[in-house]
Design a protein around this ligand. Structure first.
Ligand code: GTR
Length: 430
């Protein structure tokens, strides 16, 4: 057995080189080995124009940066579909022991293909003046995993197999009900006067590389073999799905459309940032441990790098992004400019000290280097010039914290996001 394995090594090497698997430098976790780099200036346009007024930012530089991120990184998504439909699946005015109104709604993106649909779960606080502010965020394993509430529909979409949870045929099992509840403190969010809106990201696009055929990719003519180098990857598809949730929320009178925050963790934190950059209906944007391709600066090459993320997840970004593998200095932007696209709206970036793969310092530096744009727009900035101590949030227009612990969403994180939202949503002068 062992001998046959060793005998196969030359063959494995040959196959991997034929597949183009490139030998990557070791993962760097040593701050002294971060390469010297120069960041593109968000306030200097490609033609050299200095951006000195809000008008220049909004009419010249912002559209330019949005286009660069679209073409070179996340890929181009379609607009709002013409044939969407919202179907009410279930509703209760006395959910969670009378604390909440619960609603489950199916969003069909194109009535000609009703099988491609997203199920949205809403909890709104019962005893809060309407219309209420809400947090919107995608979840990783199905709506039924965010809370043990037995009325939540179990997803029928493709889910990743997991033997420990009894998932062997890519179908969610009843025993997965509530398994992600620690990341979704529903009662606490409601008690602070906010609603929570979530959907399973796999309803929008299953998270594996199938050549851009399944999920919402398949609804458009550029699916599969027609997929071009600047067409949307999965992160852009998930972000597009978040905008479709807002399309629905705009029809719900109990929800205040001017107070919609978008939140996401990890790959879904990257997604929340990209959704917030594209869709100004998100009035607060929250990135929880989003790392490479999210809040972290690519040029630092600390932890996960562009080449590594493109190799592990070839479907997340558009094909053009692969040009920057081991070639970050050629990027016409870095992730501080993604934060800047959200300006002047409040944005909150959170890191975790043990989450070195996501490069906490790189996440902080993106906030710091986005600040000149916020200042130009008269929106204040970060109110920090160095990383704060652990568990010490900074609640400026750009909010930031680094907490103890690992890659996760905790009650501490939520407590800060709610306080941050209170500051901008409950302030009379907002
Ligand atoms: C990791 C990936 C990260 C992050 C994370 C997650 O495997 O390298 O970029 O997105 O997954 O989403 O949990």
């Amino acid at each position: 057995m062992r001998r046959s394995f060793y005998a196969a090594i030359p063959l494995l090497i040959m196959v991997s080189s034929l597949c183009g698997a490139q030998e990557l430098p070791p993962v760097n976790y040593d701050e002294s080995k971060v390469p010297a780099y120069e960041l593109p200036d968000p306030l200097v346009a490609l033609d050299g124009t200095r951006i000195t007024t809000p008008a220049l930012w909004f009419h010249k530089r912002r559209p330019e940066i949005l286009e660069l991120f679209t073409r070179e990184m996340y890929g181009r998504a379609p607009g709002k579909p013409e044939r969407m439909k919202f179907e009410l699946l279930e509703q209760s005015d006395h959910a969670l022991g009378g604390r909440a109104l619960r609603r489950q709604v199916r969003i069909v993106f194109d009535t000609r293909h009703p099988e491609v649909a997203m199920e949205v779960l809403l909890y709104l606080p019962s005893h809060t003046p309407r219309p209420v502010p809400v947090f919107v965020g995608l979840n990783f394993r199905g709506n039924h995993t965010i809370h043990p509430d037995p009325a939540i529909r179990i997803t029928k979409s493709w889910v990743r197999n997991d033997r420990r949870l009894g998932i062997t045929n890519n179908q969610a099992t009843p025993q997965t009900r509530g398994i992600a509840a620690s990341r979704w403190p529903v009662e606490y969010i409601l008690s602070r006067g906010y609603g929570l809106v979530t959907a399973y990201y796999g309803d929008i696009d299953p998270d594996f590389h199938d050549g851009f055929r399944n999920g919402v990719h398949g609804l458009y003519p550029n699916a599969g073999d027609k997929h071009g180098p600047e067409d949307w990857g999965s992160i852009a598809a998930w972000a597009w799905g978040l905008s479709r949730i807002v399309d629905y929320l705009e029809t719900v009178p109990e929800i205040d459309r001017n107070r919609i925050a978008v939140i996401g963790h990890s790959r879904l934190g990257k997604t929340a940032l990209w959704a917030g950059a594209n869709d100004q209906r998100f009035s607060i944007v929250i990135s929880n441990n989003s790392g490479c391709g999210g809040a972290a600066l690519s040029r630092r090459r600390y932890g996960e790098t562009v080449a590594r993320i493109n190799r592990s997840f070839p479907h997340w970004f558009c094909d053009n992004f692969k040009k920057y593998n081991e070639n970050e200095s050629a990027l016409p932007f870095d992730q501080h400019m993604l934060i800047a696209l959200i300006a002047p709206r409040p944005v909150y970036v959170a890191s975790a000290v043990e989450d070195r793969w996501a490069d906490p310092r790189g996440e902080f530096l993106s906030c710091l280097h986005a600040e000149p744009v916020y200042r130009l727009l008269g929106a204040g900035g970060l109110a920090l010039n160095a990383m704060p101590p652990l568990n010490t949030p900074a609640f400026s227009r750009i909010g930031y914290h680094i907490r103890t612990g690992r890659h996760d969403v905790t009650l501490f994180d939520w407590a800060q996001y709610l306080t941050f939202a209170d500051r901008y949503f409950k302030d009379e002068n907002r």
